[in-house]
Design a protein around this ligand. Structure first.
Ligand code: THG
Length: 612
């Protein structure tokens, strides 16, 4: 089924998933021989080959109580997990068999007025790419084989579940994205993350950052959470998703928190308690898909079937704020009062200190500079490691490896090289911003960069530059912005809110007649863009306005320019956070002088003319 078809089903009712596969298999007391020998004992996925009756029995238990969807016995079916049993090469076969067993059993229970669906289960594997346990491409390739097997075996949809690390989740999504592109097959996808008892994902991710990272993926139809805790502990996060997620919400709790009894995890939540919490989630919060994770039995799940028959989910009133995220937390693309501050100093061309750290390959010092900017008030960091004569791809990898987990702020990837941008995106768990695209070489940059945005869920900065160069007047800046806007949306599938327009300013510090209106034109173009594309964002590299002036004049002019740009709708500003002053801290004379320069009022000349 396609994502659209899944949405259609969810318009009318709550969909019920099955319960625990792993703990249900355990209760069958299978012998080593059932698993195919001592060396395979414990490999649940190999049962699809060695004893298919075992997973089939689990499916029947849940289909008997009336579930809509059963999950394939393939949670650990990625080759990187199967490798632990020497079964890596058999991943396709094992996943395909898992789907075939579920398909055959589900079809047996289906009737003309009652479809039973098969969800292909994709677990988190045993590796965390954000900790360097495995490379992105290796993980993605492993998932891709699993996807192929599950779809070929007859899965109706895919569930990427128990996600621990957003980068692991992205590897699974990129695998599905590539599979869809290569085969042309549309398949619905559910993503489910695991929030540990401490309130974040294993890697420390807050629910808001997870939502921000997943939200741009249009291949993902439903988003939610499963495992780690019982429903009670999930309550606040479920409430958050129901209030903020534009995608329908999925919940699949454990039967309570596990208790360790003689080395075995035991789950004690009663069917009554599960029914109580899930009723609340559906009726009061508006959850659309319910099921059970570890420890849930057919007795538990029969209660969910009852809920689905009796209760319609609450109509949700969702307000999503477009944002970007690091692996830990998220930052909205607009704050009140503005601006969102983008720290400019992690730039090998814009900071002497950062350049020196890069040349000395002092990567930890670079992390320190990033952290300093956070203390100075930056919300996002611009990151540029381009330096003549150095290998930018290698430098980006070295820096990203560290910044991904050691810097809590979302990043802007500032590079003109697509290879650098993609390598950065492959190492970044959160939602990044690509800095930038333009029309200097016609559509080429858009054609290369925007598919990367779609694949990795990034936002993008669009500069008002076209084949004739950097736009100088407000009308030309707007015209270029409109051309990019229309192409990005109509041809590349971007959304208005994924675009951040930078109306670039030349310096007012040169004194050239040609550039005297640079400041006003830039500000007026921001106004026009905000009026015509209200869902898009605007950004400026503020320090550009003052190149060529002395340090003190720069600080003052930058601050005053930022003030006026903000008044006219600027959302984000790339600045040296430490050096930006609020307007009241600039003395009145400096403020007035800067205003006259920015708005080109030419008091000086007209006074001279009068005197003459
Ligand atoms: N738009 C977008 N991206 C950008 C820019 C833009 N990225 C780069 C740049 N412009 C914004 N970043 C900087 C960084 C530093 C300076 C200016 C802009 C700067 N640095 C001091 C100098 O060169 O004099 C040096 C400071 C130091 O060495 O510590 O001014 O416009 N989308």
């Amino acid at each position: 089924m396609t994502g659209k078809e899944l949405l259609e089903i969810l318009r009318n009712r709550v969909l019920v998933f099955d319960g625990a596969t792993g703990t249900s298999l355990q209760t069958q007391n299978l012998s080593a021989a059932d698993f195919g020998g001592e060396h395979l004992a414990g490999c649940n996925e190999y049962l699809n080959i060695s004893k298919p009756e075992a997973p089939e029995k689990v499916h029947r238990g849940f289909l008997d109580v009336g579930v809509d969807v059963i999950e394939t016995n393939s949670f650990g079916g990625a080759s990187i997990v199967l490798a632990e049993y020497g079964l890596a090469e058999r991943s396709y076969e094992i996943n395909r068999r898992a789907a075939e067993i579920a398909r055959k059993t589900a079809d047996e229970y289906a009737s003309p007025d009652r479809t039973r669906y098969v969800a292909g289960s994709m677990g988190p594997t045993t590796k965390l790419p954000s900790l360097g346990h495995i490379g992105f491409d290796d993980m993605k390739d492993s998932y891709k084989v699993q996807v192929k097997g599950l779809v070929d075996g007859g899965a109706d949809l895919l569930i990427v579940e128990t996600c621990q690390d957003l980068l692991q989740m992205k590897a699974a999504l990129v695998a599905i994205h590539e599979f869809i592109e290569e085969t042309g097959k549309g398949i619905a996808v559910i993503v489910s993350i695991t929030i540990e008892t401490m309130g974040t994902m294993l890697m420390g991710t807050e629910i808001a950052a997870a939502l921000t990272t997943i939200e741009p993926y249009d291949i993902v139809t439903v988003f939610g959470m499963n495992c780690a805790t019982g429903p009670k502990e999930m309550e606040e996060n479920i409430r958050y998703l129901c209030e903020n997620s534009p995608k329908p919400v999925f919940v699949m709790p454990n039967a309570g928190l596990p208790e360790n009894i003689g080395g075995q995890a035991c789950y004690h939540l009663s069917p009554d308690e599960l029914e109580f919490w899930m009723t609340r989630f559906v009726r009061e919060f508006g959850v659309s898909i319910i099921g059970g994770c570890c420890g849930t039995t057919p007795d538990h799940i029969s209660r969910l079937v009852k809920i689905s028959a009796q209760i319609k989910p609450k109509e949700r009133d969702v307000s999503y704020t477009p944002s970007v995220s690091s692996i830990y937390s998220n930052v909205a693309l607009h704050v009140d009062p503005p601006p969102v501050i983008v720290g400019e100093r992690c730039n090998a061309n814009g900071s002497k200190k950062f350049k020196e750290l890069l040349l000395a390959e002092e990567y930890d010092g670079m992390v320190q500079l990033a952290k300093e900017q956070m203390k100075e008030g930056a919300h996002i960091l611009d990151l540029c490691v381009a330096y003549v004569g150095r290998d930018e791809v290698r430098d980006m990898r070295e820096v990203m490896k560290r910044f991904n987990t050691q810097v809590a702020l979302p990043l802007m990837i500032d590079s003109t090289e697509y290879k650098v941008i993609e390598e950065a995106l492959k190492m970044y768990a959160g939602r990044a911003i690509i800095n930038s695209i333009n029309l200097e070489d016609g559509e080429e940059r858009m054609r290369r960069a925007l598919p990367l945005c779609k694949k990795y869920g990034a936002a993008v900065i669009a500069l008002t530059i076209d084949e004739s160069g950097m736009a100088k007047t407000r009308d030309k800046k707007f015209e270029v912005a409109k051309r990019i806007h229309d192409l990005a949306i109509d041809k590349y599938g971007m959304r208005e809110e994924d675009l951040i327009f930078d109306t670039l300013t030349f310096t007012l510090g040169s004194g050239d007649e040609e550039f005297r209106k640079a400041g006003i034109e830039t500000i007026e173009a921001i106004k026009m863009i905000k009026r015509e594309f209200p869902k898009s964002y605007t950004l400026l590299g503020v320090s550009n306005i003052s190149f060529g002036l002395n340090v003190h004049a720069r600080h003052v002019l930058n601050s005053v320019f930022l003030h006026y740009a903000m008044q006219d709708g600027l959302d984000l500003a790339i600045v040296n956070a430490q050096r930006i002053m609020p307007l009241y801290k600039v003395d009145a004379r400096g403020r007035e002088l800067c205003r006259e320069v920015i708005f080109d009022e030419r008091k000086f000349e007209s006074a001279q003319a009068q005197a003459g």
